[in-house]
Write a protein that binds this ligand. Structure first.
Ligand code: FAD
Length: 338
């Protein structure tokens, strides 16, 4: 959206979120290293035309379906938190349509994941921060049992993806720096466990993986190999029957296409995805080129040479692991970062 030339196009953005979250820094906001506003950028800063130009605008809504024959997007407003309003449906006509509605964290169809373990948006990070602090406070109140204290202060991360490892690293830094100083009464109860079915950071080089394992262990993160079978409000259950009580749970396993993307009868890339990283910039340039050549209206670019198709080029992977340490893997062949 940022790169679209608004002198060529009216830009209409339909999204249930009026800002962009800079997800690589979300974990830092959970523990207070960064403030929430530092990782969220309002849509109108990204594309000023949507709040300035008469034909361009932003709609706080979900796109529910697309009529590609008639060039119409069907939408439903987001009215969560507004008691007096029921959501309503509306339509937006388009000449050119870009679908960038993201992949969705796969819950692997495990019950309870959606309800208890998200970290994808700023409001999830806010909820995690609230819970972290609440649990710390509650665990120091007279009358609490030892068992309950250990549960409240057991932070569990499921999935050894870069995001899962980074979050574990942030939590262990928080424990070492903040909890040991400011909540010294409970410092011996607080623990981070990272549960992974096979190996953490599986897309990274073997030596980097071993280094990360060593560093995380040194920082007090317990690495557990296991497969989660069930997520309940206060404990998870592993495949081998082990109960793992938790006070905070964050899920960070594979991502897959959302139910909205799955429902679209459009050609899809392997894995069911519609867009890839950095494809946005490529699309903006292409649309601007088409617009300048007079193909901006619906069906006007059918005969145009669109040039080379988008090709994903892997530039490397990076993951922080806490204590100001990070891994960088610059091999060029990996495709799955997170
Ligand atoms: C904790 C965490 C850390 C990460 N760290 C990194 C990292 O370090 N490096 C990296 O490369 N990647 C990282 N990622 C992954 C990265 O965030 C995603 O790959 C990236 O955000 C995908 O961009 P996108 O534009 O496809 O989707 P998004 O940025 O998610 O944007 C999709 C937008 O579509 C909206 N939307 C969804 N459904 C609908 C609908 N039906 N109708 C209308 N709008 C809809 C959403 O509300 C959202 O605003 C991380 C992800 C997480 C969760």
């Amino acid at each position: 959206m940022k790169g679209i030339d608004s002198s060529l196009y009216d830009v209409v953005c339909v999204s249930p979120r009026n800002h962009m979250d800079f997800t690589p820094l979300l974990a830092s906001t959970c523990v207070g290293t960064l403030e929430f506003r530092s990782v969220a950028e309002p849509i109108e800063w990204i594309q000023p035309a949507i709040s300035r130009e008469p034909g361009s605008y932003f709609c706080l809504a979900n796109c529910t379906s697309i009529d590609t024959q008639n060039h119409v997007v069907h939408c439903q407003t987001v009215t969560d938190g507004v008691d007096s309003l029921d959501p309503w449906n509306f339509e937006v006509s388009y000449d050119k349509l870009v679908i960038a509605s993201r992949a969705q964290a796969s819950t692997l169809e495990i019950k309870g994941v959606k309800e208890h373990a998200n970290l994808r948006e700023v409001h999830h990070a806010q909820e995690i921060r609230r819970k972290l602090l609440l649990n710390l406070m509650l665990s120091d109140v007279p009358g609490i049992t030892e068992e309950e204290k250990s549960r409240l202060l057991h932070y569990v991360v499921v999935g050894g993806s870069p995001a899962g490892v980074e979050f574990s690293g942030e939590l262990s830094d928080f424990i070492i720096r903040d909890v040991h100083q400011r909540y010294a009464h409970v410092k011996d109860y607080i623990h981070v466990t990272l549960i992974e079915a096979s190996e953490i950071l599986s897309s990274f080089d073997d030596r980097l993986r071993r280094y990360a394992t060593k560093q995380l262990t040194k920082s007090g993160v317990r690495l557990v190999r296991g497969i989660v079978k069930d997520v309940q409000p206060q404990k998870i259950i592993l495949n081998d029957g082990t109960d793992v009580p938790y006070g905070l749970l964050v899920w960070s396993t594979v991502v897959g296409p959302s139910s909205f993307v799955k429902s679209l009868e459009l050609p899809k890339a392997p894995g069911g995805r519609l867009v890839a990283e950095r494809q946005g910039k490529y699309l903006a340039n292409l649309l601007n080129r088409i617009g300048k050549a007079g193909g901006g209206h619906a069906n006007d670019a059918k005969e145009m040479d669109l040039g080379e198709p988008f090709l994903y080029k892997h530039l490397g992977s990076m993951a922080t692991i806490g204590r100001y340490k990070a891994l960088v893997d610059l091999r060029k062949s990996k495709v799955n970062l997170l």
